[in-house]
Design a protein around this ligand. Structure first.
Ligand code: PLP
Length: 395
C-alpha cells in the first residue's frame, strides 16, 4: 500500500515530493542524462542546472553558492562534520546536545573510541526540550573543537537558541555546527545570521527527493575532503553528481522559500485547533511540544496508560500515517531519548505520538484524526490494563 488515499501526518520523517519537484527532475531521469562533468553541450547544460540548484539551496539559508556542498543527505553531512573535527588535530573535545538525532549521537560516541579517543560532553535540555546556553558555557573549554546542537528537534519541533550557542562556541575558539534538517524551509531564518560554521540539510524533509542533502561550510573554515577522486563539489566530495536529485533539491528549496515569503503556513493553526479538540475529548494527555514556540505543524503528546506503538498501529489501520515518540528504528522499542532527556517518565515516553503536518495537510484531515482518536485511545488503554494484569513469567 502506498500513501495515496491515506492521511499522511509523518512529515518529520519524510515529506511527499512536491509535484513541481518531480516535474523538474523528470528530464534528468531520461534524455538529459549526460555526465555534468563532461565538456560537450549536454554535460555543460546539466552542470548549469546543478549550479542553479546550488544557488537555490544557498538562497534558502542565506549562504553563498560556494558554501554549499551536495551530499547524500544529512546523515552524511553530520558524520562528515564530526569526523572533520576529529581529524583536524589539536583540540580533542566535542560537545553535542542530549536531543540530537542519532546521525549525530552515534558518530559522536564512536569518536570517543580508538583511534580517536575524543572527549564527549552531552548538554542536557529543560522540560521543553531546549538547551540552556549557560550549560554550554559551563561545558566548553579551550580543548573544545566542535559544538553541534540541532536547530530544531525532529521529535518535538523545539527550536534551539543556536545564535547564542554559536556565539559562546566562537568565544571559546571552537567551531559550531547545526543540524537544520527539520527547520530549513519551515521558518524564515537566515541561518547565516546564526553564525554557524557548518549546517546540515536534507532535501526529503522539504518536499524534495531522498538521498540528497547538503553541507553548508562557511567560507574560510577548514573542511577535509570526504571522498577524493574527481573534482566534483570543489574536490571535497568526489563522485559523479546526481543531477536529477540535485535539481529536485533546488526546486524544493525554491518552493519552500516562496512559501515562506508568502507566509503560507496553515499547519500552525491546524495543529493548535487539533490539540484543543483532542484535550476536550480525551483525558490524560501530556503535551511534549511547546505549541507557541516550536516549528509549525509539530505536535508530540503522550497518552497516559497507552502505548504509542499500539496507537500508531490502530491509526495505521484507520488510514493514518503517524509516528511514535520512540527511537526511529521500528525494531527499537526503547522510549525516546529526547523525551527522557526532557524529564518524561519512561511510561509517558512510551505513550507518545508524533503528528507532523506539512503545508499540504488540511484542517479537514486533522478533524478526521480528532474524530477517530478517542475510541482508539480507549481501546489502547484497555489493552494496556489487560497486559499489565498478565503476570510476567520468569525467563
Ligand atoms: N537529522 C535530523 C534532525 C533528522 O530528522 C534526520 C532524518 O530523520 C536526519 C538528520 C537524517 O537525514 P537524512 O535522512 O537526510 O540522512
Amino acid at each position: 500500500m502506498n500513501e495515496a488515499g491515506r492521511i499522511y501526518f509523518d512529515n518529520a520523517a519524510t515529506t511527499p515530493p512536491a509535484p513541481e519537484v518531480a516535474e523538474a527532475m523528470r528530464p534528468f531521469l531520461a534524455g538529459d542524462f549526460a555526465n555534468p562533468s563532461a565538456l560537450y553541450r549536454g554535460g555543460q547544460e546539466n552542470a548549469e542546472r546543478i549550479g542553479l540548484a546550488r544557488r537555490g539551496v544557498a538562497r534558502l539559508i542565506g549562504a553563498d553558492e560556494r558554501e554549499i556542498i551536495f551530499t547524500s543527505g544529512a546523515t552524511e553531512s553530520n558524520n562528515w562534520v564530526l569526523y572533520n573535527a576529529a581529524l583536524s588535530g589539536g583540540r580533542r573535545r566535542i560537545i553535542v546536545s542530549a536531543i540530537e538525532h542519532h546521525a549525530i549521537l552515534e558518530p559522536a560516541r564512536a569518536l570517543t573510541q580508538p583511534p580517536f579517543n575524543l572527549e564527549l560532553a552531552i548538554l542536557p535540555v529543560d522540560r521543553r526540550g531546549i538547551v540552556d546556553p549557560a550549560q554550554l558555557r559551563a561545558a566548553i573549554d579551550g580543548n573544545t573543537a566542535l559544538v553541534s546542537v540541532m536547530h530544531a528537534n525532529n521529535e518535538t519541533g523545539a527550536i534551539q537558541p543556536v545564535r547564542e550557542l554559536a556565539q559562546i562556541t566562537h568565544e571559546a575558539g571552537a567551531l559550531f555546527h547545526t543540524d537544520a534538517v527539520q527547520s530549513a524551509g519551515k521558518i524564515p531564518l537566515t541561518l547565516r545570521e546564526i553564525g554557524a560554521d557548518f549546517i546540515s540539510l536534507s532535501a526529503h524533509k522539504l518536499h524534495g527527493p531522498k538521498g540528497i542533502g547538503a553541507l553548508f561550510c562557511r567560507e574560510g573554515v577548514r573542511l577535509r575532503p570526504l571522498l577524493t577522486g574527481g573534482s566534483q563539489e570543489y574536490g571535497l566530495r568526489a563522485g559523479t553528481s546526481n543531477t536529477a536529485a540535485i535539481v529536485g533539491f533546488g526546486a524544493a528549496a525554491e518552493l519552500a522559500a516562496r512559501a515562506l515569503a508568502a507566509g503560507d503556513c496553515p499547519q500552525q493553526e491546524i495543529v493548535a485547533a487539533l490539540w484543543k479538540r483532542l484535550c476536550a475529548d480525551i483525558t490524560g494527555l501530556h503535551l511534549n511540544t511547546s505549541l507557541d514556540s516550536a516549528l509549525p505543524g509539530y505536535l508530540n503528546f503522550s497518552v497516559e496508560g497507552a502505548e504509542g506503538e499500539t496507537l500508531m498501529m490502530y491509526l495505521d489501520m484507520e488510514g493514518f500515517s503517524v509516528a511514535t515518540g520512540s527511537a526511529c528504528s521500528a525494531r527499537d522499542l526503547n522510549p525516546s531519548h529526547v523525551l527522557l532527556a526532557m524529564g518524561r517518565t519512561p511510561e509517558l515516553a512510551r505513550g507518545a505520538l508524533r503528528v507532523t503536518l506539512s503545508r499540504y495537510n488540511t484542517a479537514a484531515e486533522a478533524a478526521r484524526l480528532a474524530d477517530v482518536l478517542p475510541p482508539l485511545v480507549a481501546r489502547a488503554r484497555e489493552l494496556g490494563t489487560r497486559m499489565r494484569a498478565v503476570p510476567l513469567r520468569e525467563a
